[in-house]
Write a protein that binds this ligand. Structure first.
Ligand SMILES: Nc1ncnc2c1ncn2[C@@H]1O[C@H](COP(=O)(O)OP(=O)(O)OP(=O)(O)O)[C@@H](O)[C@H]1O
Length: 729
């Protein structure tokens, strides 16, 4: 059943309605956390579409993550009659994905020096290419270990015509060489996607004729989510989409521009400044586009206690107003170490579930991805269904890293750098020296390398006959001679071959879907699209993402709800989400906050904690360890816990049991002392053991025949002593 837009409209408060109805040439909504930014953004798109008859095709809706764009499209599909075809939402996506689509389908990328067949480079690949150029051209560039950052940071100065780089070296000579090389190899780095599309979209960037010829796309509305996270390049892209010329010029001189800008964001949630965002984005945007500023002050998500605590971490604005009657609870807990904490969480979550809370309403946040490993093991052992948000890239799996390069070179044989990397890989394929690989690729020596010939001639020879029918995964596997290339005598062969085949099946399924959605596309275009999008977003690799206990998770099925599992994620990944109950673990100095090198970084850590806290609707539980077991992490509570007024921290959490007490500062101090004592006593007596699979553990008993030991994440295990599986230290 479709959601009636009028119902949605009635639920909006007057601040939200004003934002939806605003038709100024530019408007930025500087909104509080949880005040309905996403709700307003979706209502705005629907209002424009339904009330103002602006087709989706005439809107650019730019988000910070692909997931956010997918969610917006899913919400529109629920609200609109009829199907929404992919071409209709061509302009919906992340800045980079929309730029890529424009370059592929709507802009004459040839005028900038690339062909339509260009591929997207992996972020590290550009640095490797730059390093190769430095060596081959004998350039003197300082701080090569920071080259990636230097290339990003100093580009602005180079482009503005500054004569010398910051360290007075050859960095500025490197930029044009690098650009030339990328054009020669027909590939673009992420930043090129934005830069080149900005250039081609700008009325001043291409000739008026070219613009007319190519029908440059000028959306009637440019709508931006999480605008606080944009950087300078993204701002230029916005200006170009809006048809504004000349950097730094003010809107008044260019009133002829067609597009209107509507952006929502929250400066208190800037958590990516290391990527080039500044917390002054609102001011910059407002000035640049002459934007009207609106606010959304009311938070609808969290209970009053949680908001009052969150207000202590607010850096901009006068405070968050709440709307909920329920105050919510904040609990602070101390655990001896991460293992005990994981055991506690598993039991606690099981208890909550038994009392009627769905697993999907619970989330556990941590500062560093590696903290999830222990949690995952313990949850698995306890049969708690969980979903781990990991941003694994294909690069993390050597055989896929190599195979993607094989495909990348096959769809863009101008990409010498990748061709050489395939042939000179130390694990797979020909394993030639770099020098020999360079000769084969540069001199097109097909007779010397069968793999090179197959990549170069791809896709000719793969098709069984009908051009429109895609080859199977097995046909691709055979065409590239992967049986030999993956080295059947290697210990990893079986696993590698299975992984490669499963990956090729994904490729075939993706290409098949693109063809179905857009008949008329060629096989190579589909494959290139797959390669480019996997470079841009990484690929979701299933292995290890869902646990065996997921069999307990009830699939959302027809309701479209996510499967019923607890979400485990970093604080960064929690942005934009909300849960009934949130656990933030490891609130110890050195983790939350991480060790900071400066004031700005400290401010950002604080904002990150703020983002985490404000995901909770009803219950927020913060915990810290006496014995974190990590170098650089102090066994004491973080100053962030001290910033929360004691009266907001609740006592009994209601689930009973002596360990369920909430903690005021006094109690915390007492608990530290008790935990320290605990640590001092049994630790001295502990006999450490080691097992090949379970790692380090503690001896529980040894009767001469059987050994019992306890391993973090696995619990107690018994072994026959005669087998010598356990090493007693
Ligand atoms: N007018 C309203 N009345 C009642 N609930 C609302 C209203 N507007 C938004 N909400 C609810 O408030 C919660 C937060 O909304 P939303 O996620 O849109 O906020 P946000 O500003 O995007 O959050 P964040 O700052 O975390 O990104 C959601 O559960 C949403 O359904």
């Amino acid at each position: 059943m479709k959601t009636d837009f009028r119902d949605m409209w009635r639920q909006l408060n007057h601040y939200q309605q004003e934002a939806v109805l605003d038709e100024n040439p530019a408007c930025v909504v500087n909104a509080n956390v949880g005040s309905g930014k996403t709700t307003v953004l979706i209502a705005k798109v629907l209002w424009l579409h339904m009330e103002k008859q602006i087709p989706f095709e005439d809107m650019a809706v730019l988000t910070f993550t692909n997931k956010a764009a997918d969610e917006i499209i899913a919400r529109l599909k629920k609200s609109c009659e009829g199907e929404i075809a992919p071409e209709q939402v061509h302009g919906f996506g992340t800045f980079h994905s929309v730029a890529l689509r424009l370059l592929k389908d709507r802009l004459s990328v040839e005028t900038a020096g690339w062909t339509k067949e260009f591929t997207v480079m992996d972020p590290d690949e550009e640095t490797d290419l730059a390093l190769e150029l430095i060596t081959s051209r004998g350039l003197k560039v300082k701080y090569k270990n920071r080259l990636k950052k230097r290339l990003e940071q100093e580009y602005g100065a180079y482009e503005s015509g500054k004569a010398e780089s910051r360290y007075k070296d050859d960095l500025f000579a490197l930029y044009p060489l690098l650009l030339k090389e990328k054009k020669r190899q027909n590939k673009m780095a992420f930043s090129d996607l934005l830069r080149v599309s900005t250039e081609l979209l700008s009325p001043g960037g291409g000739s008026a004729d070219a613009e007319a010829e190519n029908g440059v796309w000028r959306p009637a509305w440019v709508i931006v989510d999480e605008v606080q996270d944009s950087d300078a390049l993204q701002m230029e892209f916005l200006a170009a989409l809006l048809g504004q010329t000349g950097k730094g010029e003010e809107h008044k001189e260019h009133e002829e521009h067609r597009g209107k800008l509507f952006a929502v964001g929250d400066p208190n949630q800037v958590i990516y400044s290391w990527r080039g965002t500044g917390d002054n984005m609102f001011f910059l945007l407002k000035h640049r586009f002459g934007a009207r500023e609106l606010t959304l002050p009311v938070n609808y998500r969290s209970g009053a206690s949680i908001l009052e605590a969150a207000n202590r971490f607010l850096q901009f604005g006068t405070g968050i107003q709440g709307d909920r009657e329920n105050r919510g609870t904040i609990t602070v807990k101390n655990h001896y170490d991460p293992f005990q904490e994981a055991e506690y969480l598993a039991e606690r979550i099981r208890g909550m579930h038994e009392s009627g809370t769905a697993y999907r309403d619970i989330a556990v946040f941590y500062r560093l991805q590696r903290q999830s490993e222990l949690l995952a093991k313990v949850f698995e052992r306890h049969g708690i269904p969980y979903e781990l948000s990991v941003k694994e890239t294909l690069k993390d799996i050597p055989v896929l890293d190599w195979l993607v390069k094989v495909l990348r070179f096959s769809v863009n044989s101008m990409d010498e750098q990748t061709g050489i990397a395939v042939l000179a890989d130390p694990l797979y394929g020909e394993k030639c020296t770099k020098k020999k690989a360079g000769q084969i690729v540069r001199e097109d020596r097909r007779e010397t390398s069968e793999l090179y010939r197959r990549m170069k001639e791809f896709p000719c020879g793969v098709f069984s006959g009908k051009e429109e029918e895609f080859p199977s995964a097995q046909a691709l596997f055979d065409w590239f001679g992967l049986r030999e290339a993956l080295h059947p005598t290697s210990a990893e062969y079986r696993r590698d071959a299975q992984t490669a085949l499963a990956f090729l099946e994904e490729v075939c399924a993706y290409c098949g879907q693109i063809l179905e959605e857009g008949p008329g596309k060629r096989y190579m275009d589909c494959m290139r699209e797959f390669i480019n999008s996997s470079a841009l977003y990484g690929m979701k690799i299933d292995a290890g993402e869902k646990n065996a206990a997921d069999k307990n998770a009830v699939d959302g099925g027809e309701t479209g709800e996510a499967p019923d599992s607890v979400k485990l994620m970093t604080l960064h990944a929690s942005k934009g989400l909300e849960f009934d109950t949130v656990f933030i673990i490891g609130v110890n100095p050195g983790l939350i906050p991480l060790r900071c090198t400066g004031f700005e970084q400290e401010e950002e850590e604080r904002r990150l904690f703020f983002v985490g806290m404000t995901r909770a609707k009803n219950e927020l539980e913060l915990s810290w360890y006496t014995n974190p077991g990590e170098p650089g992490v102090a066994g004491e509570y973080s100053r962030y816990l001290k910033m929360i007024p004691e009266h907001l921290i609740s006592g009994e959490t209601g689930t009973g049991g002596s360990s369920e007490k909430g903690y005021g500062l006094q109690q915390m101090r007492r608990q530290i002392q008790e935990n320290r004592k605990k640590k001092e006593q049994p630790e001295e007596k502990k006999v450490r053991v080691r097992h090949r699979k379970y790692g380090e553990g503690v001896l529980v008993s040894d009767d001469g025949t059987t050994v019992e030991a306890e391993f973090p994440g696995y619990g107690k295990k018994q072994f026959l002593k005669a087998f010598g599986e356990v090493e007693i230290k």
